[in-house]
Design a protein around this ligand. Structure first.
Ligand code: SF4
Length: 719
């Protein structure tokens, strides 16, 4: 009998395991309880890798190309293990959005039915997805507006009927009403007189009870809530045997945002005010004045930069430490130290006063530590700092920070007392498709491209596919990390062609120099004209069927206006608005020959199978615009490595996400057109890393479009 992968350390019904793995190995398919689940080679490899990670209690990084069916790929081993291994009891599956959470619940139901295995599944979301009973009750009593009052009452009736306060279970609630009734985590729940009846608290208590009773269950959650549980080291996570972090490329951002802090001028002032009152002494040793002038100095610096460069209008602004800022910072640190010394002297021998001030002085020391950390040089700082405007007039500013490394924040997940498998998975985690390429896939890519007479970039397989992802989550150097990328089963080499025009005007954006055509109106006009010219001939070539992705609304609006004014087409043009994403997406899908102009979430949030999306146009390489987190990460590298190690890799992951919109099924074919002439620069690195057949020849592009039947060849055209 073949040895089972569960020989150690679990107690298992080993004959069933042998059958499970024996079947996969013998037939290349997963067969459980007589059900053949898949004949996709990639999905089998995926499921086996997950199974091995569960058995080895390792941390698995596994990118799954489009079409692998990753949720089934991890659910099957999870179900199988929970059913067969007595000690394997709790699994947390986290994904990025609420919509994906619901989709996952459907997948869990389907897998359960197929396998004939039932596992209890519960869903947990962040507190602000639930109605606060206390707020609702008080609004029903106090609200003077009769219509609003009726609405609140209706919501209350629905809550009672459905016995749920989850927004997703209730009738549609407008955002205005929602803001008033949603539960919030501000420490109020612990003192709330409704806490016993509160459905949210009861829901959490039920999950906790299942945990205390050591029941078997799967907890489905989202990254924001998992990050919250990690931050507060929730005991709910203690017994978990396996974590699956799906859409893992979004996880770092969620962990960061829950751990972001603010050096709030008002809070510092309040803290000093309370100390002054306790001491009966109005002095702050000049501290408040110095902190205020530090903020003014930062505001002055940023407004100065803003006048020179429009990029500084963005939300988060990494600030350069000008001489003025450094001086002010130095003064603030000195005064903090003086003031803390002064408090210690005033309290000496007075135990009652010392006790009274204990918490406030710790708070003050916390501010001092943060300002001292800010004063350090880039690489040695613990946090990343940036500024945000508090008003549209750019007159007020706040200082924000986030930990540079997430080691500590992720310790309850990665470095646990209880060994646990953690599976990070997503469609795009690495930046270099060649590094993940199977030798067979590579051979077929070279063959397909040669057959079509196209350029093919040959690159040796390289290590470090997940390097950027690992560094982001602080996984680098942890020995129980295993990596396994699985490329898409779809034939990109045959079905997809990348086109770029090296003669277009470059947007000249440089993350290191911060120059953009948008800063120069004439150059920007010319840049837009170039885009309009190229987009017009590309969307005519495929008779619509195009998604055009922009990196800024400004570019999108300018190009859309110019195209719709200058040309007319036998197909519809749609543009993404502020609140019409779902509607516009559906119109684009239903209207096969249409064109959609989009930005933001459309880089990854659109899944269109079939002809409606046969032409994907990417206007600008998605380099991040002025992102303090990236700048903070880059500061850990020598200046000549920063672009390659941080900005480039971040851009490539986003570019791959965008390109991933094109081929969504084995029958899809299409063209990817990148209208940023820099794509051929950087020594051809981008083209090499994308690993797609490519051309700069419009005639070859045309040939491909006709050969693949994306549109019919015009009559009389001979090639
Ligand atoms: S326990 Fe919290 S969420 Fe529930 S009613 Fe009270 S304040 Fe609102």
């Amino acid at each position: 009998m073949a040895s089972s992968i569960f020989d150690e350390p679990y107690e298992v019904a080993s004959s069933e395991n042998d059958e499970f793995f024996g079947r996969i190995e013998a037939e290349g398919n997963i067969v459980i309880n007589g059900v053949k689940l898949s004949d996709r080679a990639g999905q089998n490899k995926y499921a086996l890798s997950v199974m091995e990670a569960i058995k080895d209690k390792s941390i698995l990084l596994i990118e799954a190309g489009v079409g692998i069916g990753k949720s089934f790929g991890y659910l099957i081993p999870i179900f199988f293990t929970m059913n067969n291994v007595t000690t394997f009891k709790q699994v947390v599956i986290s994904t990025s959005t609420m919509a994906l959470q619901s989709q996952l619940l459907n997948d869990i139901n389907n897998v359960s039915k197929m396998l004939g295995i039932e596992i209890k599944t519960v869903i947990a979301k962040g507190i602000n997805n639930y109605v606060c009973f206390k707020k609702l009750d008080s609004l029903i009593v106090k609200e003077k507006d009769q219509d609003m009052r009726k609405q609140y009452k209706k919501i209350e009736q629905e809550i009672m009927k459905k016995q749920s306060v989850d927004r997703a279970d209730l009738m549609e609630i407008s955002n205005k009403v929602w803001q008033k009734i949603k539960a919030e985590d501000r420490g109020v729940c612990s003192k709330c007189c409704y806490s016993k009846e509160c459905f949210y608290q009861r829901h959490l208590a039920n999950i906790q009870k299942m945990d205390d009773d050591n029941e078997k269950f799967i907890l489905v959650t989202n990254h924001a809530f998992l990050a919250y549980l990690l931050k507060y080291k929730s005991k709910l996570l203690k017994r978990v045997d396996s974590f699956i972090v799906d859409e893992a490329h979004e996880f770092e951002e969620n962990v960061r945002s829950i751990n972001e802090g603010e050096l709030d001028l008002k809070k510092i002032g309040d803290c000093i005010g309370k100390i002054q009152r306790a001491l009966g002494d109005r002095t702050s040793k000049g501290l408040i004045g110095k902190v205020t002038s530090l903020y003014s100095e930062i505001l002055r610096t940023i407004n100065g930069m803003r006048k020179k460069n429009l990029r500084y209008d963005s939300d988060k602004i990494p600030f350069n430490f000008s001489e003025g800022v450094k001086d002010s910072l130095h003064n603030v640190i000195e005064d903090f130290e003086k003031y803390i010394n002064y408090i210690n002297i005033k309290c000496s021998g007075n135990i009652k006063l010392m006790r009274e001030l204990y918490v406030l002085v710790r708070e003050l020391e916390g501010y001092l530590n943060l300002f001292s950390d800010m004063n350090l040089q880039g690489a040695s700082r613990e946090n990343i700092y940036w500024a945000e405007f508090c008003d549209k007039e750019h007159k007020k500013i706040k200082i924000c920070y986030s930990p540079k490394s997430l080691d500590k924040e992720l310790a309850p997940l990665i470095k646990r007392d209880k060994d646990t498998s953690v599976i990070f998975t997503s469609g795009t985690m690495g930046y270099d498709k060649n590094a993940s390429e199977d030798p067979d896939d590579k051979a077929s890519r070279v063959y397909a491209a040669t057959k079509m007479g196209l350029d093919i970039i040959k690159l040796p397989k390289v290590q470090g596919f997940y390097d950027y992802f690992e560094r982001g989550l602080g996984l680098k150097g942890i020995d129980r990390v295993t990596e396994f990328p699985i490329s898409s089963p779809y034939n990109f080499n045959e079905n997809c062609l990348l086109y770029y025009n090296p003669h277009l005007i470059s947007p000249i954006f440089s993350p290191t120099r911060g120059i953009d055509t948008i800063s120069n109106p004439r150059q920007y006009d010319n840049y837009i004209k170039g885009l309009v010219f190229e987009i017009n001939r590309l969307i005519r070539l495929t008779n619509g069927k195009s998604l055009i992705l922009f990196t800024s609304k400004e570019d999108m609006n300018r190009v859309y206006e110019a195209i719709s004014e200058k040309y007319s087409y036998p197909f519809d043009l749609f543009i993404q608005g502020d609140n019409n994403s779902d509607k516009i997406k559906q119109e684009f899908i239903d209207n096969t020959d249409s064109v959609l102009f989009a930005t933001g979430a459309f880089w990854e949030g659109i899944d269109v199978k079939g002809k409606s999306l046969s032409n994907l146009i990417i206007c600008r390489l998605p380099f991040s615009n002025l992102d303090p987190i990236l700048e903070g990460k880059a500061s850990s590298y020598k200046s000549d490595e920063r672009f390659k190690m941080v900005y480039y890799r971040d851009m490539m992951i986003k570019l791959n996400q965008g390109i991933g919109r094109l081929i969504r099924s084995e029958y899809d074919t299409g063209i990817v057109c990148i209208l940023d002439s820099r794509v051929g620069k950087y020594k051809g690195r981008i083209l090499k890393d994308l690993g797609l057949p490519c051309t700069t020849d419009f005639d070859k592009l045309e040939e491909f479009v006709y050969d693949k039947g994306i549109v019919d060849e015009p009559k009389g055209k001979s090639r």
